[in-house]
Design a protein around this ligand. Structure first.
Ligand code: URA
Length: 200
């Protein structure tokens, strides 16, 4: 059994947050265990909670289309969320839930060891680009400790705001060049105020 599968078992036992009591299924994440690209969304919705799989509802359908636009299938990447249980009534994740779940995401990142981490939406972005605004930094990347972090709008945003659809599509198309140029991207300085965004 792989270390990630072992981790899923641990995640399934987690009862740190109240929402764990109301979940149908926990949604740890899925995909290639050695994926180059890790996508991190926000939280499971109704469909994900029913199936125990990330991004299987309408936003997931759009994510699949976006992946296809760069010649990828979901089995070739890894897809996870900031939190692993569905928040009641699809509300936003609470800070305490994000904090409780952080250790699972950190373990996933350690085990998958992706070259590129793509944050989908505000909550995921806030973990890796603290203090930044998604409308300003979407479509830009930053390299830290040899990992490239790339911020995108959440695919669900396109379902609610048609004008964002094209921006998301354009941002997705920049991902292959992030991988091919990975070696040439300069590491960001450690102090947040000196971080320099890499414009793709
Ligand atoms: N939205 C997310 O952020 N994650 C999912 O898994 C589904 C919808």
């Amino acid at each position: 059994m792989s270390a990630l599968t072992e981790l899923y078992k641990e995640i399934a036992l987690c009862q740190l947050c109240e929402i764990a009591r109301f979940r149908t299924k926990v949604v740890p994440g899925e995909g290639a265990e050695n994926a180059n690209i890790l996508f991190i969304g926000e939280a499971p919705g109704w469909h994900e909670d029913q199936q125990g799989r990330p991004f299987v509802g309408p936003a997931g359908k759009f994510l699949d289309e976006l992946l296809a636009s760069i010649g990828l299938k979901r089995e070739q990447v890894y897809i996870a969320n900031v939190i692993k249980c569905r928040p009641t009534n699809n509300r936003d994740p609470l800070p305490v839930e994000i904090q409780n779940c952080r250790k699972w995401l950190d373990r996933q990142i350690e085990l998958i060891s992706p070259k590129v981490i793509v944050t989908l939406g505000r909550y995921s972005m806030a973990m890796f680009f603290p203090g930044k605004s998604i409308s300003k930094i979407h479509g830009t990347a930053q390299k830290r400790d040899n990992v490239i972090y790339y911020a995108m709008y959440h695919p669900a945003a396109a379902l609610h705001q048609q004008n964002l659809r094209q921006e998301i599509e354009v941002d997705m198309l920049k991902i292959p060049s992030l991988l091919t140029q990975a070696e040439n991207i300069i590491e960001a300085a450690p102090e947040p105020q000196q971080l320099k965004m890499f414009e793709v």
